[in-house]
Design a protein around this ligand. Sequence first.
Ligand code: FAD
Length: 322
Amino acid sequence: MPLVLIEHSGGQVDELSQQALALARGFATGEPVNALLVGPEAQDAAAALGAQGVATAYVAEHDGLDSYAPLAWARSLAELAERTSASSVIAAGSERGNEVLGHLGAITGLPLAANCIAAEPGEPATVTRVRWGGSLLEEARLHGAVKLLTVQPHAVEATPADQPGAGAVESFAPSLGEADLAIRVLERQATDTGGVSLSDAKVVISGGRGTGSAEGFAPIEELATLLSGAVGCSRAVTIAGWRPHTDQVGQTGTKIAPDIYIACGISGATQHMAGCKGAKRILAINSDPEASIMQNADYAVIGDLHEVVPAIAAEVRKARGA
Ligand code: FAD
């Protein structure tokens, strides 16, 4: 039966892990699905998993697992997969999911198919996965006694389970050595996102090279605050040092799926679009009507973002009577 690594925060299962569970249920073809959760508040998140078709949610308990430790998480997965005779180990194609399953592949010597959008069981299994920053889909055969795969973010719908699972929650004490905990998070610094995370935001407003400078983000930040959105950016911006890498949208940044993505002064390179193709609607604000982002935009305003963005903010304020 499949074993799914569940990421969670605040006692809630992350959206991307719900998507991984949906793919795992289809891959299981009737078998129950088990889950592994690690870290603080894992018990709370585990308690809700029965409704998502999970038979047993195992909560890893070890002093070294109070913060993220990729190798230790992978070691825990390897031990639990063996103990439960898992037929597959599945995780979200998040940064953590891909990192942990990469370690799991190295520990077990098993092949890993990353960023799958569909998977059919069999010997070998057949998977469809996203390659080259989203510019092509590859159909591949996945071998190995235990199939390792991660699920491309926002490509599989997090549908509810047709049938609930038993929903048992069990503690699990993995055998971890000091070397397994050599890489782990020791300190966290909160980013100044006003409480809205880029990957979960319903509205994302990004600036590109067209902003001209770090200061050029002021109207974008103002509009994001007005719309309770998050600020993102292109890689040209992070390379220039105008914004931190945590703000970058794209193939080598965060993959987002907001209701609306407002791209200001961004040309729309393939590597950028790989991060925002999950957006329901794209509004491009660009002075160049020929910019390639226009091919993907649902709406466009051709003009100088330094005029257009403050004008939108003013209209929003006016509409709210402020
Ligand atoms: P540009 O391409 O320079 O575009 C600037 C745009 O601003 C232009 O369209 C211009 O018309 C417009 N503009 C200028 N002034 C104004 C104004 N005043 N008002 C309105 N519009 C204006 N990029 C990412 O974004 N994310 C990634 O994750 C990423 N990963 C990459 C990975 C690899 C392996 C490689 C090779 C590249 C990657 N890139 C990534 C870089 C990508 O190829 C582009 O170089 C980058 O996205 C360009 O950023 P930009 O659109 O801000 O800049």
